[in-house]
Design a protein around this ligand. Structure first.
Ligand code: 3PG
Length: 314
């Protein structure tokens, strides 16, 4: 029994033929628990929260396959203790997220969305929406993993001055993408654009808060296509309100769906509903990789994309 709890492209489910594939709305915890009663595998994206209480209702579960990268919606430690493999698709949507990040930098710097809204409401206001060039600006990347590295590479033709903060990478790796490694305070103080590319973990939650935002230039464009909560939402809301930073691109929120989140209402914010991986190509890659992991686990084969070594298999 394979439970699909988040929307996946139909095209990727073909190889599951012969298994009992069931669909449920993973954002509803009771529907999820009910569906998992006799399930051997669970396929999710980021809307399904898999915590200890969910695992307790899934006695036959062998694998949770995440059709995407982030694992903050899955209690990996609890899964390990329950003997359940967790696998993700670590590179599947990197290109889509990186492309959207660079595109949204330009969209934000050029005020394209407010200008579009003004034009739709009948105002031809060329002077009001003067923007800034990305080229030759200083861009700070918080995190130089798969996405951060690709963003750095895509920024090459813009000849930006690239700063990186990442305690886990070497000076050599930073230099290989033309970046200088600096501490977070220096990155915030010097950058025209700051883009966040770290996972949400207890260590990164609130990484950019009130103190950090106070270090930024008043013209800063802050981009977050990584995870909500890494930039403290209350502090960001205050900074936008008092215009101590220039604006923000926000694709991810601490609580999603983020309906009613006050960040969305700022004129200087380009807000989108967690669309970084929202391309046909990324969804097909992620879905295919996750389905492959399910088939490997159900066949008792090694799962190369597993992120945990479960203590025991039921
Ligand atoms: C990820 O972590 O892979 C991205 O944020 C995409 O999440 P999604 O699969 O829910 O779109």
């Amino acid at each position: 029994v394979v439970v699909v709890a988040d929307p996946l492209p139909e095209t990727v489910l073909g190889p599951l033929l012969g298994h009992d594939v069931r669909f449920c709305d993973g954002s509803d915890p009771s529907a999820l628990k009910e569906a998992l009663g006799d399930a051997h595998a669970l396929l999710v994206r980021s809307s399904t929260q898999v915590d200890r209480s969910v695992l307790a209702e899934a006695p036959y579960l062998r694998i949770i396959a995440r059709a995407g990268v982030g694992l903050d919606n899955i209690d990996v430690e609890a899964a390990t203790q329950a003997g359940v493999l967790v696998a993700n698709a670590p590179r599947s949507n990197v290109l889509s997220v990186a492309e959207m990040t660079v595109g949204s930098m330009i969209t934000g710097l050029r005020n394209l969305l407010p200008a579009n809204a003004a034009l739709r409401s009948g105002r031809w206001d060329r002077g009001r929406y003067q923007g800034r060039e990305l080229s030759r600006s200083t861009v700070g990347l918080v995190g130089l993993g798969h996405v951060g590295t690709l963003v750095a590479q895509l920024l090459r033709p813009f000849a930006v001055r690239l700063l990186v903060h990442d305690p886990f990478v070497s000076v050599h790796h930073a230099a290989s993408v033309g970046a200088q490694l600096v501490d977070l305070d220096e990155l915030l103080a010097q950058s025209d654009v700051v883009s966040v590319h770290v996972p949400r973990t207890p260590q990164t939650k609130g990484l950019i808060g009130e103190r950090e935002l106070r270090l930024a230039k008043p013209s800063l464009l802050l981009v977050n296509t990584a995870r909500g909560g890494i930039v403290d939402e209350g502090a960001l809301n205050a900074a936008l309100k008092e215009k101590s930073i220039g604006g923000a691109v926000i694709d991810v929120f601490e609580i999603e769906p983020a309906i009613g989140n006050p960040l969305i209402d700022h004129a200087s914010v380009l807000a989108t509903p967690h669309l970084g991986a929202g391309t046909r190509e990324a969804q097909e890659r992620a879905g295919r990789e996750a389905v492959t992991a399910v088939l490997q686990a159900l066949a008792g084969h090694p799962v190369p994309t597993a992120v945990n070594p479960p203590a025991s298999h039921p």
